[in-house]
Write a protein that binds this ligand. Structure first.
Ligand code: PBG
Ligand code: ZN
Length: 322
């Protein structure tokens, strides 16, 4: 008789046949940095996640380093916004200052930057507005300026998240031209127009003041379209393809894993974090176990890298288990 239970009888055999493993090395931790001084403000809908000003950031960076987390992705909250988000390519901007600070004092931390405009535009959209919609090609020009400015400040990787057509080609060409041919691009290639971004928009002050992002982000109903997005970005030179959000899109992560031979990342977004935190606080679920189970499902679906607000908690938990 077939007895699949034979290989489940003890912890020893279960770990010998375990197919997937979550490691701290898989994780990228998002950090929100706000212009100003003395700021450490918890984000209401994301318990345990804070906005920091640069002077207080070492507190967070020390913890990250101590826990063995190797990579961060930076989001900036600037002092001033305008119609086009020109602060994004200011060499004295919050992100540029933060990159220089981290690379100087914490050179081993791998610094990825989110390259977009929504935190920097007065209207909250991911580019320049013409006729009530984001103008794709006008936005591309400014995207290059932003990425080059991040690269000059010392970023290790750039991650364009605005879902503009041609953004990877444009960035690859302009980065190469400036000599940054070794700088990898992680594309938010398959980013859905999702309601799971709600808490992030509070965290980063980036909610659109009119309309929504459905003219540039993907329709949650679509699967085949994900291949078109991924095809274009890979062909244009993306080094890593990302799927976002993660939990409701595990099928898409698997699709990309099966069809591309470059690393696949996923973004375990703010709403996914908030739901587990909220249910955990109420005592309705075992928060830590559900956290580990959902992150493991992303690995099982085929993700190599996971961007997650849970990174510190996972690192602590994995350390206790050893
Ligand atoms: C900005 C951006 C968003 C997220 C990452 N980069 C939000 C959006 O598209 O509105 C979402 C992250 C999260 O929800 O955790 N382009
Ligand atoms: Zn954006």
């Amino acid at each position: 008789m077939n007895r699949t239970r034979r290989l489940r009888t003890t912890g020893g055999i279960r770990s010998l046949v375990r197919e997937n493993l979550l490691k701290v090395d898989d994780l990228i931790y998002p950090i929100f940095i706000e212009e100003g001084k003395g700021i450490k403000k918890e984000i209401e809908s994301m318990p345990g996640i804070f906005r920091f000003s640069l002077d207080i950031l070492p507190e967070e960076l020390n913890t990250i380093q101590e826990l063995g987390i190797r990579a961060v992705i930076l989001f900036g909250i600037p002092d001033s916004k305008d119609e086009i988000g020109s602060e994004t390519w200011n060499d004295q901007g919050i992100i540029q200052k933060s990159i220089r600070f981290i690379k100087k004092h914490y050179p081993e931390i791998y610094v990825i930057t989110d390259v977009c405009f929504c935190e920097y535009t007065s209207h909250g959209h991911c580019g320049i507005i013409h006729n009530n919609d984001v103008d794709n090609d006008a936005t591309l020009k400014n995207l290059s300026k932003q990425a080059i400015s991040h690269a000059r400040a010392g970023a290790d990787m750039v991650a364009p998240s605005g879902m503009m057509d041609g953004m990877i080609r444009t960035l690859r060409e302009s980065l190469d031209k400036e000599g940054f041919y070794q700088l990898p691009i992680m594309s938010y290639a398959v980013k859905y127009s999702s309601s799971y971004y709600g808490p992030f928009r509070d965290a980063a002050d980036s909610a659109p003041s009119f309309g929504d992002r459905r003219t540039y982000q993907m329709d949650p109903a679509n699967r085949r379209e994900a291949f078109r997005e991924a095809d274009f970005d890979k062909e244009e030179g993306a080094d890593i393809l990302m799927v976002k959000p993660a939990l409701s899109y595990l099928d898409i992560i698997r699709d990309l894993r099966n069809n591309y031979n470059i690393p696949i990342a996923c973004y375990n977004v703010s709403g996914e974090y908030a739901m587990i935190k909220a249910a955990g606080e109420k005592g309705w679920i075992d928060e830590q176990k559900v956290m580990m189970e959902s992150l493991l499902s992303m690995k099982r679906a085929g993700a190599d890298l996971i961007i997650t607000y849970f990174a510190k908690e996972v690192a602590r938990l994995l350390r206790e288990q050893h």
